[in-house]
Design a protein around this ligand. Structure first.
Ligand code: ATP
Ligand code: MG
Length: 341
């Protein structure tokens, strides 16, 4: 077995999310549902990437907020079906080896690769910064993300479509390291769901917390219904009697995800013949989404009542992750000709 293959016979999955608040339906449809499903076939490692969330922190209070989000986010994972008996669930900062690998990988990563990442320029703009004032951590974000993944020699990364360019860069960094120092890391591949990009309620390309066009998994049914009623539909359907075009309507695309198939046919027919209006259509969608989310919400309430259990999961997960990480760092030291401490 070469050092680039995993000791495990199964493939290794790694993925992370920033603990910036509750998860929304886009996170679930684009990534989390795959996290759950892949537990059957892979050794899975799921990480609350709190250091990544520090790129936008400016005070102790901001930083404390991130820590308080970790448990909320992990509750959403458990609610969705992440099984801590099978998968490693941990907090990024609890495995400081990732920062060691980040520094070492930064030596093989050309600055131009990082400046060309499409989300870099976008983030700089969003944060009201310039390329001169933006913190170094944000530029190096994809290097830390690469370290997250390859520290565990993961070969597969389940994420939403917006992450494709980052994982492409991770492959290039891993390849360059392997070229310089010998075969060490697998080149990680993206694993998408059937719906890798959920559109926002306002019709913007991506459902996202920062755009406030999202539906939280853990929201109340009433709140979910209220937000669904604000969703954009076919803009040409200015009045109730104009037939709609389901193929351009995000409400219809969500019906296809959450409404039973036979009922979806009725949605299509009644929309294209103007037999139903958008208000009724959204009411039905809200009911479908709430029915879909109810078992998750129920499980979430159960876990929420046992906060010490969630902390125990993260503690155990951190220990397991550190064991793997320490072996990789030892190998990287050896490959790069560093003496072992
Ligand atoms: P923020 O708005 O704070 O950037 P976010 O809503 O974009 O947060 P992330 O933490 O960036 O969420 O993403 C976590 C995971 O969910 C990633 O794998 C990402 O690709 C996926 N994801 C996020 N939004 C969507 C979406 N609208 N459709 C599909 N996948 C998504
Ligand atoms: Mg994001």
């Amino acid at each position: 077995m070469t050092s680039a293959t995993n000791a495990s016979k199964r493939g290794v999955i790694f993925s992370g999310m920033r603990p910036t608040g509750l998860l929304h339906l886009g996170n679930y449809i684009g990534a989390l549902q795959n996290w759950v499903a892949l537990q059957d076939e892979y050794d899975c490692i799921y990480c609350a990437v709190d250091i990544h969330a520090l790129t936008t922190v400016e005070s102790r209070a901001d930083a404390a907020g991130i820590q308080s989000n970790i448990e909320d986010m992990v509750l959403d994972w458990l609610a969705a079906g992440i099984d801590p008996e099978r998968s490693i669930v941990f907090v990024q900062s609890h495995v400081p080896e990732v920062m060691t690998l980040h520094t070492l990988l930064s030596m093989v990563t050309p600055l131009g690769w990082l400046m060309r990442v499409p989300t870099f320029k976008e983030k700089v703009r969003q944060m009201d910064e310039t390329e001169e004032t933006v913190n170094y951590g944000l530029v190096g974000y994809p290097v830390l993300q690469t370290a997250d993944i390859i520290l565990y020699k993961a070969d597969t990364v389940p994420v939403g479509q917006d992450q494709i360019p980052h994982i492409e860069l991770s492959r290039e960094i891993a390849r360059r390291f392997n070229n310089f120092f010998g075969d060490t890391f697998p080149e990680p591949q993206v694993k998408l769901t059937e719906a890798p990009l959920l559109v926002g309620l306002d019709g913007q390309a991506k459902m996202s917390k920062s755009l406030d066009n999202h539906l939280d998994l853990a929201a109340t049914p009433e709140d979910t219904a209220r937000r669904v009623m604000t969703a954009f539909t076919d803009p040409q359907r200015a009045t109730r009697n104009i037939p709609g075009r389901p193929e351009v309507c995000n409400v219809y695309s969500m019906h296809r995800m959450f409404t039973p198939p036979n009922a979806v046919n009725a949605v299509y027919d009644e929309c294209t013949t103007a037999a139903r209006g958008c208000v009724d259509c959204k009411r039905q969608l809200a009911a479908s989404i709430n029915a879909f989310l109810e078992p998750l919400r129920e499980r979430r309430r159960e876990y929420q009542a046992r906060p010490e259990y969630v902390r125990e999961i993260l503690h155990e997960g951190g220990k397991r992750a550190r064991n793997i990480a320490a072996r990789t760092i030892e190998e990287v030291y050896e490959k790069m000709g560093l003496t072992q401490p």
